[in-house]
Write a protein that binds this ligand. Structure first.
Ligand code: PMP
Length: 443
């Protein structure tokens, strides 16, 4: 059982001593003191189904025993900086992580005929998604000698000075001189976008941007493969292959932000970009990579990575022994427990359940996603698509009272982001759908 200050006391401490920028969910917030696999528990021991995985960070389950064991063992042996001395964990982890990249990425720039190209993929470890993307765009700029980056409207890549420049959502942008040289392209949003699901039509905007707003050459392009914070928005069919081609023709490199979509979450593939049939030059990772540990990574080709070695570069804790041990355990668990196949199977069941709700409740404008990376958008009117913000807020709060913690997102706060730990079962999904049904019926 939990022993410690009460929820009210914790709230008072936060109000007095923590930055007011720290947000929490719900009018009546929940205090979480324990986690076990797909469940979270409050200070009174009440159980909640976690349908948001602590913001998509928990991939294989809260306090997964194998990950915990690896972290505890390494903590007892050594916790230290990553740099200046050798340690086995980060080195073995880099091999194990890059071994999970698809063959064509290994071969694309890795080396010349007949060699073991797998060896040539390299990782750089950091502590968060923002840092990973910060590094990625720096590498793109150093490698190409160009400065202009293209990102998507409605995209989210982090909140450091540099990544805030990539941000495509005004709600997260502070009025400071954040990273410049970023052009925001039309978002290829199949539900709300002007060209519907016509990917190549949106891709022409990237050509226009290159021709009108850059020297004709660019450093690169970055996007999520399904937008997370922006409201679980998949990119229109055929968009990424066109854009990657255009950007490469302009000398740029292509970055896939897999912070939310990686590690099997989309079910059909280990990496989100594989669903679009593209091969990025740099892949950034965080969140699910560490199952809750502060860990991120940038994986790229040795050629691109080499540019970073022009100057000294250093990150005290990136890939430290404890986080590396945990990250390695996550990879093992994903393989051993068939997590990707589970995401496909249980995710399919979830999408079916959500579509069933859409057939019953007119307020549901769209159900979308892949595997366990799903979204459900509420609208006041299916024709005008006016966001049903208050209705979303009600269902969000009500589902919490019914024992289900959902995520919320989208620019208008009218999209449920349903991205549970990937150990979730079909009976859990049935419970989740029943709670949503109940709350929606009360509108
Ligand atoms: N990229 C994506 C796609 C994200 O969703 C996030 C976090 N929401 C980030 C990058 C930034 O990650 P962090 O908060 O760990 O810096």
């Amino acid at each position: 059982p939990y022993v410690g200050p009460s929820k009210e006391e914790v709230l008072a401490l936060r109000k007095e001593h923590l930055s007011p920028a720290m947000l929490y969910h719900f009018k009546n917030p929940v205090m979480i003191t324990h986690g076990k696999m797909q469940y979270l528990f409050d200070e009174r021991g009440r159980r909640y189904l976690d349908a948001f995985a602590g913001i998509v960070t928990v991939s294989v389950g809260h306090c997964h025993p194998e990950v915990n064991k690896a972290v505890i063992e390494q903590t007892e042996r050594l916790q230290h900086t990553t740099v200046i001395y050798l340690n086995n964990q980060i080195a073995e982890y880099a091999k194990e992580l890059t071994d999970r990249m698809p063959g064509n990425l290994k071969a694309r720039r890795g080396g010349k005929g007949g060699r073991d190209l797998g060896r040539f993929l390299v990782a750089y470890f950091v502590n968060s998604g923002s840092e990973a993307n910060d590094m990625a765009i720096m590498m793109a700029r150093l490698y190409t000698g160009q400065y202009d980056m293209i990102a998507l409207r409605n995209g989210y890549h982090g909140l450091t000075g540099a990544t805030m420049g990539l941000m495509g959502l005004h709600t997260w942008k502070a009025n400071i001189p954040h990273g410049f040289g970023v052009h925001h392209a039309l978002n290829p949003d199949p539900y709300r976008g002007v060209f519907g699901n016509d990917g190549p039509a949106y891709a022409r905007d990237v050509t226009d941007i290159i021709q009108s707003s850059t020297p004709g050459r660019v450093a690169g392009f970055i996007s999520e493969t399904i937008q997370g914070v922006g409201g679980a928005v998949p990119l229109a069919d055929g968009y990424l292959p066109e854009v990657y081609k255009t950007v490469r023709e302009a000398g740029g490199i292509c970055i896939a932000d897999e912070v939310q979509t990686g590690f099997g979450r989309t079910g059909s593939n280990y990496w989100g970009f594989q669903n679009a049939g593209v091969t990025p030059d740099i892949v950034t990772m965080a969140k699910g990579i560490g199952n809750g540990l502060p860990l991120g990574a940038v994986v790229t080709t040795p050629e691109i990575a080499a540019t970073l070695a022009q100057r000294l570069h250093f990150n005290t804790y990136g890939g430290n022994p404890v986080c590396s041990a945990g990250g390695r355990a996550v990879l093992r668990v994903i393989d051993q427990e068939g997590i990707q196949a589970k995401a496909a199977d249980v995710g399919g069941h979830l999408l079916k359940g959500l579509r069933g709700l859409a057939a019953k409740h007119d307020v549901i404008g769209d159900v979308r996603g892949l595997g366990l990376m799903t979204g459900m958008e509420l609208v006041k009117d299916r024709a005008t698509k006016e966001p049903a913000k208050e209705e979303t807020a009600y269902v969000f709060e009500r589902c919490k009272d019914l024992g289900v913690l959902l995520g919320k997102g989208g620019l208008h706060g009218n999209v449920f982001r349903i991205k549970p730990p990937m150990c979730i079962t079909k009976p859990d999904v049935d419970f989740l759908v029943a709670a949503l049904d109940q709350a929606l019926s009360e509108l």
